[in-house]
Design a protein around this ligand. Structure first.
Ligand SMILES: [Zn+2]
Length: 385
């Protein structure tokens, strides 16, 4: 919404600027024409009296054109949309984001590791090495991550050249772990390789490959195998076949994403870089935080000492990685030691809250939401998300 308003203001400013530019050009051209006419007359003139008449006429013409007056008007026409655009930028893109800074202790070593690992995930290994050396980190802890992601990028580079051999080798080496995580990456690699073979080779080659490498998946991927077998009938004219979607280059891109996801999974790492996720979440929440801080400044409250945001911030499902429970009474997040407990009335509080309300389980108490419900802490049951 804000972006559309800013975009409209920008369009208005640029359109006005183009009109002003054309008007300015017209004025300059008109002056040029008058001067050229005057010069022509002067060069053809035979005596000074005539020259004086030409200069007088030129002076009258320039006064009529009034360039300075016209330029002032043009500039004022442009000032309005420019200042409007500037005000909108200031309103929606608060330039002073440092107000949201919180001075809290963070272990610089951990932070350096996070940044170094982020570079590894982007495949920026040179940048990562320079960073580690500049901040003086020891290589030992970070080296495992680097070597792992170096391997991943080698697989992805080979995949860009339509070479799946390295990825299949990696999958064979990690077959046990892949089976444990119920991964079907090997099937995906084999099916994409099958399509590559029949695009460039004969039906016999395709059939051989299918018998050797696809039949082991018959129990789990029979429908897809049937679909691939239909493609064998269209060799040489695959582009006219009903298998068109299997030829799309996007299948290779999807395969690369799936391999990356599977690789990170085996490493015990999230698919997205934790630093990217943190920055993306921060950018999303920043406008709300800046508004909160502005209000706090007006009320003379201290942002630095605040333990909890005074307003709820919904980051959307892409930032929800697992369910959490916050006790509606104590406002603390449930932990293993302080788990959520279901009460007989159907409401859920954290264990510590229930212990507090039941005086360590010695008394029944009333539900804060519906006081007619009497709760016996012995009957509360722990919930697991
Ligand atoms: Zn209740």
């Amino acid at each position: 919404m804000e972006l559309r308003i800013i975009n409209d203001a920008f369009d208005f400013a640029t359109t006005t600027m183009n009109i002003c530019s054309s008007k300015t050009e017209e004025v300059i051209n008109e002056i040029g024409r008058e001067m050229e006419t005057a010069l022509d007359k002067i060069s053809n003139a035979e005596h000074g009296v005539y020259c004086k008449a030409v200069f007088n006429k030129l002076k009258d013409s320039l006064l009529r054109i009034a360039p300075f007056h016209q330029m002032d008007d043009i500039q004022s026409d442009l000032d309005v949309p420019l200042s409007m655009y500037e005000k909108l930028l200031e309103k929606y893109f608060d330039p002073n984001i440092s107000k949201a800074y919180r001075n809290f202790d963070i272990d610089p070593h951990t932070l350096n590791q996070i940044i170094a690992n982020h570079f590894c995930r982007q495949g920026l290994f040179d940048v990562r090495d320079d960073f580690v050396s500049v901040v003086g980190e020891t290589e030992s802890a970070a080296a495992i991550m680097k070597s792992s992601f170096l391997e991943l990028y080698q697989l992805l580079e080979a995949m860009k050249d339509k070479n799946l051999e390295p990825s299949l080798n990696w999958a064979a080496t990690n077959a046990d772990k892949l089976a444990q995580s119920e991964s079907d990456i090997v099937w995906k690699l084999r099916s994409v390789e099958f399509m590559k073979i029949i695009q460039n080779g004969s039906a016999e080659e395709g059939l051989d490959y299918a018998q050797t490498y696809l039949t082991p998946f018959a129990s789990t991927h029979m429908d897809e195998i049937n679909e691939l077998m239909v493609c064998l009938l269209w060799i040489g004219k695959l582009d006219q076949s009903p298998c068109g979607s299997l030829l799309s280059p996007s299948n290779w891109e999807r395969l690369a994403e799936q391999l990356k996801k599977q690789f990170c999974n085996l490493l015990g790492q999230s698919y997205n870089s934790p630093l990217s996720v943190t920055v993306a979440a921060g950018i999303q929440v920043l406008p709300t935080i800046l508004k909160v801080i502005n209000t706090m400044v007006e009320k003379k409250q201290d942002w630095q000492s605040m333990n909890q945001l005074p307003v709820p911030v919904d980051l959307g499902r892409q930032f929800q990685f697992h369910s959490i429970f916050v006790c509606p009474v104590s406002k603390v997040q449930a932990t293993e030691d302080n788990p959520p407990m279901l009460m007989s009335c159907g409401h859920v509080f954290c264990k510590q809250t229930i212990l507090m309300m039941s005086r360590n389980g010695t008394k029944v108490f009333s539900c804060p939401y519906y006081p007619f419900d009497t709760i016996d802490s012995a009957q509360c049951r722990q919930l697991r998300f």
